[in-house]
Design a protein around this ligand. Sequence first.
Ligand code: ADP
Ligand code: ZN
Length: 213
Amino acid sequence: MLLVLLGAPGAGKGTQADVLTDQIGVAHVSSGDLLREHRANKTELGTQAQSYMDKGDLVPDDLVIKMVLGRLDQETDGAGVVLDGFPRTEPQAVALDAALAGKGIDCVLYVKVPEDELVQRLGGRYNCRSCSRPFPEEAAGSGTCPVCGGELYQREDDKPEAVKNRLKVYDEQTSPLINYYKGQGKLVEINGLQKVDEVTSDLLKSLETLATK
Ligand code: ADP
Ligand code: ZN
């Protein structure tokens, strides 16, 4: 099974992907996490990606496509994959379809959240350096991750100027994918303004419907 989580930065894709991993066993493949790993390991790709990421711009398609498709190739057994943060442009979506050669993705779960809410969420967001889970400002006081004890920090791209730019980039380059996947009959829209567990339950319901089709 190959699922894609689509939605703006701050829509809760990463959080929901982790839950899907727990509940249905799919591997969580996050392009953002893969890129941050490359940066931490100071690989050539990590160095190339750095300036784009810190400004909230997209890393060039050819680099990201190679990285994610390479990661998907390693995922041969198991329950499948939930993709988080990829594809983010039309060329990436086309490259993914081409790589899957006819089989295609099973479903695109589009988590919809209005822009004013996104600005609020991202502005006060802290992430764990170890498990990369996000936490709101209130939880960041202690400086350590309540889940794994790792260090909490504010991502460079969660600072105000970069947040504005990321939302603009999403509007211009990623939101056209909503129609792209609607056209393929694969899009399911989920209300991302609900509580985390309500969003999860909607996601799981959509997947059940998918299974009985
Ligand atoms: P968010 O969804 O919260 O913006 P991510 O962790 O998914 O954060 O991505 C962080 C940054 O990594 C993006 O702003 C972008 O620079 C880069 N990135 C991640 N995925 C992609 C992608 N599919 N294409 C291009 N750049 C990407
Ligand atoms: Zn943690």
